[in-house]
Design a protein around this ligand. Structure first.
Ligand SMILES: Cc1cc2nc3c(=O)[nH]c(=O)nc-3n(C[C@H](O)[C@H](O)[C@H](O)COP(=O)(O)O)c2cc1C
Length: 186
């Protein structure tokens, strides 16, 4: 079941460096792309950073709306991640082409892509220089969600191979998250 994640815990959804999906919407149009280059930026209020290239249709929708959703996909979605990361929403409606189900978000117009592990609803913090020069977007997380079997009480749970998040190596290769180590210093 999808449950809200308290905002001060939202950074933990990205701490381990998963490849994410960026969903966007504006004026009746919507899109989704893959983004490996993302990171948490602050705890409370939570902020994130993500690279959204100028060439993408996502960029056009994010520039127009000032909003997006980062979704953390799982290993079972690896072909979807690669597909939406190789094709542009200018060529096709990716939601129709890939049969992507989506639910409405709470705070932003961009949708929550179904089948993912967690979602961060984001509002762009305008930094035109960073976006123009480096394609880098900073955003505040205004709502966060996770499947309760995947992330609970501020912690990622032990997941089956198909449920684990994806970590992009490049060239269509990924690792999945696996062994957990606990530090005695914690
Ligand atoms: C695994 C993977 C990771 C990617 N990471 C990023 C990224 O961090 N930033 C980016 O701008 N593009 C990234 N891309 C490329 C975009 O997803 C790609 O350009 C996509 O086709 C854009 O779709 P759109 O035009 O519908 O927005 C990645 C692609 C893949 C397959």
């Amino acid at each position: 079941m999808r449950v809200p994640v308290p905002l001060p815990q939202a950074s933990r959804l990205l701490n381990h460096g998963p490849t994410v999906l960026v969903a966007s919407a504006h004026a009746g149009r919507r899109d989704v792309m893959a983004a490996a280059w993302n990171m948490p930026l602050d705890f409370d209020p939570p902020k994130i950073a993500v690279v959204i290239d100028k060439s993408t249709y996502t960029r056009e929708l994010v520039d127009a709306s000032g909003e997006f959703v980062l979704a953390v996909p799982c290993a079972a979605q690896v072909d979807l991640v690669t597909g939406v990361g190789r094709h542009s929403g200018r060529e096709m409606d990716k939601f129709a082409h890939y049969g992507i189900a989506a639910e409405p978000a709470a705070q932003v117009a961009a949708p929550l892509v179904a089948g993912c592990l967690a979602w961060l609803e984001c509002r762009v913090l305008p930094e035109p220089g960073l976006a123009q020069r480096h394609d880098l977007f900073l955003a505040e997380v205004v709502a966060a969600w996770a499947e309760d079997w995947a992330f609970r009480d501020g912690r990622w749970q032990d997941l089956t191979p198909a449920q684990r998040s994806l970590h992009h190596l490049g060239g269509g290769q990924f690792l999945t998250s696996h062994d957990r180590l606990s530090s005695r210093e914690a």
